[in-house]
Write a protein that binds this ligand. Sequence first.
Ligand code: PAF
Length: 293
Amino acid sequence: MKIAESIEEFRALRRALTGTVGFVPTMGALHSAHVSLFEQANQRADHLVVSIFVNPTQFDRAEDLDSYPSDREGDLQKCRDAGAEIVFYPTPTMMYGNGRDQLTYVEVHELDNYLCGATRPGHFRGVSTVVTKLFNIVQPDVAVFGQKDYQQLAIIRQMTEDLNFPIEIIGAATAREDDGLAVSSRNYNIPADKREAAASLNRAMGRVWVKYREGARDRAALAEDIRAGVETAGLRLDYVDFVDAKTLQTPADGPLPGEGLVLAAAAFVGQVRIIDNLVLDDELPPKIDLSAK
Ligand code: PAF
């Protein structure tokens, strides 16, 4: 496995690869969900390329960027174990110029008006910009993203289509801990005494999935169930919403439609923000345990 610590070094290594490239962009602090993204990329392409870059332009809170976990040696070992051919490990200066502000940004309109886009201004502009830069540098044939970040995946799909990147975008199912908590690098920062409570988000969402599938369509009442579920466990709800699975728009007022919706929510466990989503037409993930409180 080669580690490229500059764009030039990466490009030289990339030029030497023959066959197709499967790309997994990451911000490091790799965990089992990344490993499953690596597996998907390996299945679909001849070579696996991973980038590790904590992208400053997608953080709306300085403390979130400062506390973002990192584990260089552990990350490189996971990439090695997955059979990665090249790990691209740039610095912010390399990615964003030498002392002057970057003047070009990529924005995917409308899809970023909702959910995390509404509560994290500028976040998706940072994501679309860095992913565009990484696509231009890495030149992959296939790129794999987790469905846990449902809105990010929708935005990247749209951007890839709109900007004519010849890249197949794969969405990989959300990896979950045994108690259903969606696996995330941020989970490393959840204080041990709050870790159990964090599972209240996926459970509250799972209970609402059941009610919806049984015919409940009152959006405010279902959202209130989720708020009550997480607040009772000591979490603070950031948002909960039901949106169209393709456009991410909120449906018109009145009873919720009977198909085509995603339930998405974010909550704070102490200072740590966790997110989750359930496609309401899909089956409930087996690890979401509705019998637990
Ligand atoms: O999902 C992530 O880890 C990041 O948003 C990504 C896609 C690597 C861009 O920085």
